[in-house]
Write a protein of this length. Sequence first.
Length: 582
Amino acid sequence: MRASQFHLFTLKEAPSDAEVVSQKLMLRAGMIRKVAAGIYSYMPMGLRAIRKVEAIVREEMDRAGAMELIMPMVQPAELWDETGRWDKMGDELLRFKDRHERDFALQPTSEEVVTDIARQELKSYRQLPKNFYQIQTKFRDERRPRFGVMRGREFTMKDAYSFDRSEEAAGRSYDIMFAAYKRIFDRLGLEYRAVAADTGAIGGDRSHEFQVIADTGEDAIVYCPDSDYAANIELAEAVSLLARRAEPARALAKAPTPGKATCEDVAALLGVPLATTVKSLVLATDDVDEKGKPAGVTVWLLLVRGDHALNEVKAGKLEGLKAGFRFATEAEILEHFGCKPGYLGPIGLKKPVKVIADRTVAHMADFICGANEADFHFTGVNWGRDLPEPDQVADLRNVVEGDPSPDGRGVLAIQRGIEVGHVFYLGTKYSKAMNATFLDEDGKPKHFEMGCYGIGVTRILGAAIEQNHDARGIVWPRAIAPFEVVVCPVGWGKSQAVRDEAQKLYDALVATGVDAILDDRDERPGVMFADWELIGVPHRVTIGDRGLKEGVIEYQGRRDAEAAKLPAGEVLGHVLERLNQG
Ligand code: ATP
Ligand code: MG
């Protein structure tokens, strides 16, 4: 490829609404162009990188025995009704009507369509296992599209769906996908972690996210440097930080804490560690009777230590809260606690509430909590003595750095990650809802055991850049780079010798299968270098008259501090060697 023929378009400054570095650099490098919020054109430079990711994903999916198909972007409401997701999905599902007033949606994912295919075409256990995948445009009307291609509304996803005879066989399909994902992210040259993830209503432990490590990631991932424990913070188990509850040592007392409505402020005022305070969070559930009619409200008081944070995913799994909870209204709080938020606690309630204590809180003695009276807190609070034992003790909090690992083998560390892939065992959730069955060996119909497996193809570009960039621009891993090598002739318009040498090197690179570009724009070196460093091409060769007279050509790796002068005859070998290093 010659740069003069390619559509090269770079910007000195990113548009002011670009928030994160990957988005800024992709816009500046001319890889994407914004059309509407979360909706982008993939420009030629960006598309080259996308195609490279797709090719690796496709190769590894094929190698793992999955079969590629394409399901429609536009999907009929009837299928989505069968699983109830037409109603349940919320506003992320973009719904619209055709000219006949029939309801359709743009696919955010394709469980319904693929399960419909399976129930029509997979009749016998002999056809199983099967895994269908597509690399297709998805649309999710995200509440907050942001960070460019990382949280778009329209984006490209690889989604695969496995169909198996039994749970055991589905486990094998899952393991095969897990291994394929490892190969994919290894080949892409990204630093990543596979972490255990929440399985929601499906349950079990077969859900893993593949997270690219980057400080700007939206996810917190928890891992143990001394073992292979790794989990999304949503799931990571928080153990009690106190082995057992100490005997009460202090008397219950009420301390004035005027205007101090947070644990931090109270601890500072009283001059005690934050870890001696307890935070009150009030939730509510709207109860229904057997007929599904509203039957009042239950108020829940969740207690976590002052320096800990409530984990809403964990709360959402507790008995009583599973069916859905919300934060209590100010009126509900007043009615039950007789006090406004900021001074709430489990002692002296106006009306009964269900008290759930975090494991650590249940082991605390002589702690501090709100007194249910504005501007007052209790100190020296002890379970059993000053208030009844909690109704329930549960893991309610996010783990924090330094917590003991739940596998008992060291302490936990936390880092940020960008979720680029997800493997998930679905069980019979969709096959039951859509009555998708096959005939098993015993001649009886059986529901398919399913799994689904996503990879955010376009998000990978953003994640790769978040992980690999510097002040000058993108630093692509070779596997994703839109071009692997750029040949920069200095004085293209003036010097026949430079033109010949540049063309010769370019031809030789292409002949060995290298994806190279020849910058024949006749630009000054500074302009060429700035462009290619911004675009992130991993290897650059500069050919100029002065060097040629001495028989040398300059090579610079994108991560190298300085260019190296090499004898002209050794340049090709050197570039190939560096390419092989990744
Ligand atoms: P998130 O928690 O980031 O919203 P998700 O759990 O909704 O992700 P999945 O439904 O598992 O994501 O989708 C599979 C993959 O698709 C994700 O791992 C991610 O890489 C990608 N993906 C999801 N939503 C988006 C989006 N809005 N823009 C770009 N890629 C996305
Ligand atoms: Mg999502």
